[in-house]
Design a protein around this ligand. Structure first.
Ligand SMILES: [Zn+2]
Length: 617
């Protein structure tokens, strides 16, 4: 399961089969358990939802109805239902199980996330849960911000500012957006096209200090329909960022080694967005904006990046912004890697981008004075180095390689930035696994999805990992597991483990679950995720092999922003071989034969990837 939020079965507990302390009867009496939704789950959709659980006990095969509609029950007892939801915040379902003259009734009350309801008897209304953005914002004076709100269709909508100006709102004519889960998982694209919502309005607000104490001199939204009107304070505070006396910050991901997802501070193009930069502790930059718990750093005149405010420490006022020139660079060949040493005027922000046979290091806030590019002897891996100055304050250095990229890593050594490029392993094309170090990562705990009978994802992934380990070892590989028992292991220690053991390949093993609102009967199957370009062939080889072994629908491979595929030191992929919430697929994970199939898919995928790389010219 790799849901970021709203993932159904991850939150659920299994309803106990019988009260604690009750002795087990000779044969369990017939009863129904519901895994999802559990007592604390709140369904985050309003059309239809899935329910799943199992029928236990009784004699002979069982049948089940939910509100009178038959729901198939697997031999394992597992069942899965897709049901319409009432227009309410609770939904009640009656489950009736029958088995050879016996019957059991279970009433389930599910909670549904509330949604805004226009007040009765009013023509003018404002959905006060829809203000975007809200909270605390800081921007330079030259910028502005897009506002969006829901209100009565066909109304006159404007924002009144404390100094008397008004900002008009226009109807948002763009089609609506489906829930993220639909985009991530649904196999039909029809659900992507929602009609424009007549109640959505947008506007542009130029940056100006607003509502600084959160109470006085705030912006007010007016909605007028005929003679009716509605008014609400926009819950937004705006501060101004002075770029002429810039505020300089240093990044300090001080929690990096205690279990967060990466060892570096990730940078994002949008607040809270996907990771696109990775900054070592000590990187300095200029602050240029803030939105709630996200801070924007100006890397150069044309590049800005959002980071978590918790990772940012402001330096004393008057600290000059980092910058200067990049001097002569030098390559240092080593037995397992070759290192590019770049002298810098400070710990400047940078980004490494990977192409098939080259790595480009982009340095922000600097001009080049790269008089020398010293190769330090003839190295078989690096064919050429070059540099460019794509902007007045950005420098790129490109290292071209004789082989496809296997891995790399970066660190500061004083003021020097080191880019260490890994030498690809020597692979025997006839026995590609011989001598290789493979790190397998049994996904979870913490967290993990649950299947209808209560099978927990971490139990299944560990069993599959042990199965694959035995097969890989038989083929000559050294196999290390990031977890060997049920003790929870956070994400960063797992990727760190793979790096310190110089894994040739890292594969994280999972079983999938859907977010609320996606129909599991038409959206399920096998998928594999990767992050860096070098890992795409690994993901593709795993996807093909898993589809062949498991015989499920091919949902394809995808680039996914997951911690376990972000390490740069080796190719890495995350497999979602099947959906643990689907009864037939949970059943596969419950027996040795099915676990063996998942494991064989992993082994064959890794082997095919290595063979392909061994034959690379
Ligand atoms: Zn998972």
């Amino acid at each position: 399961m790799l849901c970021i939020a709203g993932c159904a079965s991850a939150r659920s507990g299994v309803a106990p089969a019988r009260p604690a302390g009750t002795p087990a009867p000779a044969r369990e009496s017939l009863h129904v358990s519901v895994v999802y939704p559990g007592p604390t789950d709140i369904i985050q959709t309003h059309d239809s939802s899935f329910l799943f659980g199992a029928v236990h006990g009784g004699a002979g095969p069982a049948s089940l109805t939910v509100d009178g509609t038959p729901v198939p029950v697997l031999a394992t007892g597992a069942w899965l239902a897709w049901l319409p939801l009432p227009d309410d915040t609770i939904a009640a379902f009656r489950l009736v199980a029958r088995a050879r003259g016996d019957s059991a009734v279970q009433d389930v009350v599910a909670r549904i996330a509330p949604r805004y309801r226009p007040p009765a008897g009013r023509a003018a209304w404002i959905d006060t849960t829809s203000f975007a953005p809200s909270g605390t914002l800081a921007l330079p004076l030259s910028e502005g911000i897009r506002l969006a709100v829901r209100a009565t269709p066909g109304a006159t909508v404007q924002l009144r500012l404390p100094w008397g100006a008004t900002i008009p709102f226009l109807p948002d004519t763009l089609p609506g957006e489906p829930a993220w889960g639909v985009r991530a998982f649904a196999t039909t694209t029809a659900a992507y096209r929602l009609p424009p919502a007549a109640d959505r309005y947008v506007a542009w607000l130029p940056a100006a200090a607003l509502c600084s104490d959160g109470k006085s001199a705030c912006a007010t939204l007016d909605v007028v329909v005929g003679r009716d009107s509605a008014t609400a304070r926009w819950p937004l505070t705006i501060g101004l960022v002075d770029m002429t006396f810039p505020s300089v910050v240093v990044l300090n991901d001080d929690t990096a080694h205690t279990g967060t997802t990466d060892s570096m501070t990730p940078g994002k193009s949008v607040p809270g967005g996907t990771y696109n930069w990775f900054f070592p502790t000590g990187t300095t930059a200029v602050l240029s904006g803030r939105w709630n718990d996200q801070m924007r750093l100006q890397l150069s005149k044309s590049s800005a990046v959002w980071v978590n405010a918790a990772d940012v420490i402001e330096l004393p006022a008057g600290t000059p912004p980092p910058g200067g020139v990049v001097g002569s660079v030098r390559l240092q060949p080593g037995p397992a890697s070759v290192t590019l040493r770049v002298p810098l005027p400070g710990k400047l922000p940078f980004q490494v981008t990977e192409q098939e046979r080259s790595l480009t290091l982009r340095l922000y806030g600097v001009a080049s004075d790269i008089n020398w590019m010293q190769y330090g002897g003839t190295d078989s891996l690096v064919t050429r180095m070059s540099y460019a100055q794509p902007a007045a304050d950005e420098v790129t250095i490109t290292v071209e390689l004789a082989r496809r990229v296997w891995g790399y890593r970066t660190r500061f050594d004083g003021r020097d930035l080191l880019l260490e490029v890994r030498r690809p392993p020597e692979i025997d094309p006839d026995r590609p696994l011989r001598g290789r170090t493979i790190v397998l990562d049994p996904g979870h705990p913490p967290a993990g999805a649950k299947g209808p009978t209560g099978l927990w994802e971490p139990v299944a992934t560990l069993a599959v990992a042990y199965n694959a380990k035995a097969l890989l070892e038989r083929a000559g590989a050294t196999v290390l597991l990031t977890r060997t028992d049920s003790t929870p292991v956070e994400l960063f220690p797992r990727t760190h483990f793979a790096e310190v053991h110089d894994a040739d390949v890292l594969v994280s093993i999972h079983a999938n679950a859907l977010p609320d609102g996606v129909n599991p009967f038409v959206n399920n199957g096998t998928s594999v995720y990767y992050f860096h370009p070098r890992s795409a062939p690994l993901a593709r080889a795993l996807e093909r092999a898993l589809v062949a072994e498991l015989g499920l629908r091919d949902l394809g491979m995808g680039r996914g922003d997951y911690a376990l595929v972000r390490p740069t030191w080796m190719p890495a992929a995350l497999t979602e071989g099947l959906f643990i919430m689907v009864p037939e697929q949970e059943a596969m994970l419950l027996n040795e034969e099915g676990r063996g199939r998942y494991a064989r898919g992993l082994v064959r995928g890794i082997e095919n990837f290595l063979r392909e790389r061994a034959r690379e010219p």
